[in-house]
Structure formats: C-alpha cells, structure tokens
Design a binder for this molecule. Structure first.
Ligand code: SAM
Length: 282
C-alpha cells in the first residue's frame, strides 16, 4: 500500500502558530520535502524534530517529484512544507499534489496559517466573496493584462508581492484600478512588526514615496463598485454585462438587465456583447 503525502501548513512568522497535528506529522514521516531546507531546518531544530529532509522547489520539482512519488509508492509517508504557510499556495507544491493524485497516492492536508486569508480577515474589506490572485508576473505586459482582467471584479482581490516590487505594483494597480480604490496592506503578519495599512492606492503610493517597503506584504484590494445608474456612461456595454455576470447572473439575464438599465433593445446588447460581426462572435 502507498504511503500518504501530508501537506503541512507551518507558521508565517509566529512559531506559536504551529499545530500539534503538524508537529506529529513532521515527527513521524519518513521524509520531509521542503521548499527551502535551510528555513525548515530552523523550524525542525526549534521543535527538536529530526527527520530526513530533501529540497523540493521550482527548479528541481520534476526529478524530485519522481523521487518523492517512488518513496510514497514504496509505502513511506512524506510531509511537504512550504517556505512558510500552506504548501501549494503560490509554491510548486501543487505539482506534487497533482502527480500524487494521478498516481493514486493519498494526499491529506494539515491545515494552518495562510497569509492570504489572514490578510483578508484583518483588511476590513468585504470578506464574503474574494479571489486569490497570487503574484503578478514580472513581465510588465502580463502584469497589466492580469490587472485589467480583474479591474471590474466586484469581489475583493488578494495579491502577494515581494517588498522590492511593492512600489511598482502599487503604481500599476493605480493605473488599472484608479487611485481611489481602497486597499489594505497586510505587512509582517503574526510577527512583531505586524502592521495593517488601510488606505487608497494613491495614499499607499504616497506612504512609500517617503519610506521603503520592508518585510512581507499581502495586498488586499477592494472590488470594483457595483454598476449604478450613474456610471453606466463610464463603462462599455460589454463591461456592464460582465459586471452583472461577475455578480452571479447568467449571460442571458445580464444582457436583459443591461438593456433595461440603458434603455436600449436587448438585441443591441446581445450583438455588442457577443461581438457579432466582430472578433468575439460566438
Ligand atoms: N504558502 C504561503 C502562504 O500560505 O501564504 C505563501 C508563500 S508565497 C511564496 C510568499 C508570499 O506570501 C510573500 O511574498 C507574501 O506576499 C506572503 N506572506 C508570507 N508570509 C507573510 C507574512 N507574515 N505577512 C505578510 N505576507 C506574507
């Protein structure tokens, strides 16, 4: 019988956040696969756990994945830990999970800290509906494409960012979302210098003109305002329909409501939305 892959969430700062189930798993598995073995050794030393450790990261995930899978297939249990927080969230863990699932190996999670969710709950922005957007690409064009693709989303958006790229990202967000958009910067969560800055994009840019960003950040961005009678003129018919779809309507309903809001025939909205005669004909 195959072993089990344990996805072990570890602290994102405060070591007191480790769970007893996580300690138990790390103490009992045959191997721990870690994104950064140097960081994980510190964690294991702190909790006096000794267990064989191997690296599993973006640059060796293919060979290491095969090796880890062979151990699991030989009946050994393996724990996967990320740099910090929950594995498979913005790290190569998801590839190992997929490999195990494809090969019939049991995968189970040991829940714990995840920066995105903790940033959301302290942000004071709506938490009922949200999307995790991860890291933006380093490629400027791709970054803008990503931001533009979510600029009309009405739910809260969560981004990860490295401190040396924070200022650029805030500027790019202002270009796409507008300076008035409300955000929360969750810095150094669970650590001594934890700080939550709730402001607009314009205000955040101003703050970091005066001091450099330090530590780890999650950027939580308020969703776009819902369509109101006043802003129909400022958005295209397609954007209008897409906002309703984003709110949960199906396309037919969204087209009907858009036509009603704008007091124009439904078929005009339909033709524009489906780009009949244009590039998006469906
Ligand atoms: N797997 C991790 C998780 O569960 O959140 C995330 C790993 S991702 C490679 C690292 C990013 O998470 C950082 O760049 C930062 O955006 C965010 N992050 C991690 N720890 C954080 C903390 N203590 N405070 C704020 N953001 C943090």
């Amino acid at each position: 019988m195959s072993g089990t892959l344990y996805l072990c969430a570890t602290p994102i700062g405060n070591l007191g956040d480790i769970s007893s189930r996580c300690l138990e798993a790390l103490s009992s598995v045959a191997l721990i696969a870690a994104e950064d073995t140097r960081r994980t050794i510190q964690l294991l030393n702190h909790f006096e756990i000794s267990c064989p450790l191997t690296s599993y990261h973006e640059h060796n995930k293919r060979e290491k994945g095969t090796y880890i899978l062979s151990m699991l297939k030989d009946g050994m249990d393996v724990a996967l830990v990320s740099d910090a927080g929950t594995p498979a969230i913005s790290d190569p863990g998801e590839d190992l999970v997929r490999l195990c699932a494809e090969n019939g190996v049991t995968v189970t999670s040991i829940p714990g800290p995840v920066a995105a969710v903790n940033a959301l709950i302290v942000s004071a922005l709506p938490a009922k509906r949200f999307a995790f957007e991860g890291f933006l690409s380093v490629n400027k064009r791709h970054r803008y494409e990503h931001l533009n693709s979510v600029k009309n989303d009405t739910h809260t958006l969560i981004f990860y960012e490295a401190p040396h790229k924070l200022k650029t990202t805030l500027n790019d967000m202002r270009d796409c979302f507008g300076g008035e958009r409300r955000i929360a910067l969750a810095r150094e969560l669970t650590k001594i210098h934890e700080e939550i800055i709730r402001c607009t994009l314009d205000e955040a840019i101003k703050i970091y003109e005066e001091k450099p960003p330090r530590g780890e950040y999650v950027i939580v961005v308020s969703g776009a305002e819902k369509v109101s009678e006043n802003d129909w003129e400022n958005i295209t018919i397609t954007e209008h329909v897409e906002r309703y779809i984003e709110e949960g309507m199906d396309a037919k309903e969204a087209i009907r409501q858009t036509a009603k809001d704008r007091n124009i025939p439904k078929r005009d909205v339909y033709r524009e939305y489906h780009k009949i005669g244009g590039e998006r004909y469906e």
